[in-house]
Design a protein around this ligand. Structure first.
Ligand code: MN
Length: 202
């Protein structure tokens, strides 16, 4: 049997950089299997369907996010957002920022604890599905952003540093409706070395 998709137009889903059970107990194996294999891979598959015969075929994902609208934007951004989210979680994370990133957090939020409090609040108050982001704006200042649905800071010329997925599918298996509890646990899995590498990359 042949498939209609050509290799050149196809976006390939990334595998998780750790085992499915490696983030327990904060994120269960069941959650990661659904989140990565069903939700994330589903967005990539849909993106591959939608991009065929558009000007975005064979273009980088970031270009689609910045320029496309509607379902094409939604699925491209969800693919990118999930890769970015999964990549910042770790079985053996550095739990606190260091170096230049730590200095910038102190400068722009007062302290690391105040940054976390601001992100917790943004996660709790985001109505419906979406993402809470730590970003660096064009002037170099760090900020917390809430985005509905697939929203991505690249649309506004901002540099994403960390993404928190607040769609129900990210936490409902383990935490049911307790979104705040899921975010409180997630801090123990966020690797600030990865975030610092993103910050340092020019
Ligand atoms: Mn998700």
């Amino acid at each position: 049997m042949t498939t209609a998709t050509t290799a050149a137009t196809e976006f390939r889903p990334k595998e998780l950089p750790y085992a499915y059970d490696a983030l327990e107990p904060q994120l269960s194996e069941e959650t990661l299997r659904y989140h990565h294999d069903k939700h994330y891979k589903g967005y990539v598959a849909k993106l591959n369907e939608l991009v065929v015969d558009t000007p975005f075929a064979q273009r980088p994902l970031e270009e689609i996010i910045v320029s496309a609208d509607g379902p094409l934007f939604n699925n491209a951004a969800q693919a990118w957002n999930h890769e970015f989210y999964f990549a910042a979680l770790s079985p053996a994370p550095s739990n606190r920022p260091e170096g230049r990133l730590a200095e910038a957090i102190d400068r722009d939020f007062g302290s690391f604890d105040q940054l976390k409090a601001q992100m917790d609040k943004a996660c709790a108050s985001l109505f419906g599905s979406g993402w809470v982001w730590l970003v660096e704006d064009k002037s170099g200042k760090l900020a917390v952003m809430s985005e509905q649905n697939a929203g991505n800071p690249l649309r506004y010329g901002m540099k994403p540093l960390l993404a928190i997925d607040v769609w129900e599918h990210a936490y409902y298996i383990d935490y049911r409706n307790r979104r705040a509890d899921s975010i409180a646990a997630l801090w123990d899995r966020i690797d600030w070395k990865t975030v610092a590498k993103r910050y340092e990359k020019r």
